[in-house]
Design a protein around this ligand. Structure first.
Ligand code: NAD
Length: 320
């Protein structure tokens, strides 16, 4: 698989029924790939795959990646996204999160080795923890509390990176995407992440709840841009970690006000306790992604939030 040519490639996407995975599968298929989408449906939904389920180039596999399994046929690449990802989910499923990062990544790198497939790990900006360096370059080693409640996710991903790096040293073709906060259609509005939560609260005219005083910042990347970065990385042949994220830092308070305005909502803002180990600032340095992948986000925050809100407004009651 060279350059951007995915035509006819057979790609296994784990976590396919999730928010990012479902957009990724759609984009891969538009590029001419055949996709095998594996998911245990623990946090994902089959309805996220409704546009694909009847397509000949897509096959759904109900599978838990922590269980070993032989996958039939050729596989050119594995994109390993399977893991609870929203804080609500990984705090509720700590063991499953540790297992997805550890056993899931060991199993998937082994499958990649057996199939001589390129392996891409969906890692996260959480490997930087509550960063002491700003913005975060890939060379920054992070400030993670290994025994805090969030560590089940952060440390599982750090372990997953270690597994992937070792596979690379052993001669496998690997890639590591350190994905920063991504938002867009299909994020469940009950999943505790900031954008769908504010949209849900604003639409219900309930208070928008901000953890802490709202001065903590986030850099939010629209899902189409993140998916584009992942696909470019897959086909780049580049094995070192690459940050994929937006650089326009906004405070959580600014974000709440922006979403409230977009929704035309009178909701007040309410401040609640900050959760343990919540990062105060997060912004990627994306110089490497620009140089190696020719990638930068293109969708601005206002446009991306409008598209996301539009999706929420067009969901049948109970779907988001
Ligand atoms: P999501 O919860 O919507 O999707 C995760 C998917 O993985 C779900 O469909 C879930 O059912 C599936 N899954 C979980 N454990 C599994 C297992 N053991 N076997 C098979 N399937 C399993 O989350 P998302 O936001 O789409 O995140 C996808 C990936 O991207 C995750 O690995 C996450 O760590 C990474 N990531 C996401 C973001 C973001 O902002 N969305 C940021 C950084 C990293």
């Amino acid at each position: 698989m060279n350059g951007h040519d995915l035509d006819g490639a057979r790609i296994l996407v784990t976590g396919a029924a999730g928010f990012l995975g479902s957009h990724l599968c759609e984009s891969l298929i538009r590029s001419g790939a055949c996709v095998l989408g594996a998911d245990n449906l623990s946090t994902g939904r089959l309805s996220n795959l409704s546009s694909l389920i009847d397509q000949r180039s897509f096959t759904f596999l109900l599978h838990d990646v922590t269980m070993p399994r032989r996958i039939a046929g050729t596989i050119d690449a594995i994109m390993h996204l399977a893991s609870p990802a929203a804080p609500r989910d990984y705090l509720a499923m700590p063991q499953a999160t540790l297992r997805a990062g550890a056993l899931g990544t060991l199993n998937m790198t082994k499958t990649a080795q057996q199939k001589n497939a390129t392996f891409l790990l969906a890692s996260t900006s959480e490997v930087y923890g509550d960063p002491m360096e700003h913005p975060q370059k890939e060379s920054y080693l992070g400030n993670v509390n290994p025994i805090g409640p969030r560590s089940v996710y952060d440390e599982a991903k750090r372990f997953a990176e270690a597994v992937t790096a070792q596979a690379g040293r052993a001669g496998q073709r690997v890639a590591v995407a350190r994905i920063f906060n991504t938002y867009g259609p299909r994020m469940s509005d009950g999943d505790s992440r900031v954008v769908p939560t504010f949209i849900r609260q604003a639409r219900a005219r309930q208070p928008l709840t901000i953890a802490g005083n709202g001065t903590q910042t986030r850099s939010l990347c629209y899902v189409d841009d993140t998916v584009d970065g992942l696909i470019r990385l897959l086909t780049s042949g580049f094995a070192e970690p690459v940050n994929i994220g937006a650089t326009n830092e906004v405070t959580v308070l600014e974000l709440a006000k922006l979403i409230r305005d977009l929704c035309g909502s009178p909701s007040p803002i309410e401040f609640v306790d900050l959760p343990a180990d919540d990062p105060r600032r997060r912004r990627p340095d994306i110089t490497r992604a620009a140089q190696v992948l020719g990638w930068a986000p293109r969708v601005d925050l206002h446009d991306g939030l409008s598209r996301t809100l539009h999706w929420h407004l067009h969901q049948p009651v109970g779907v988001t």
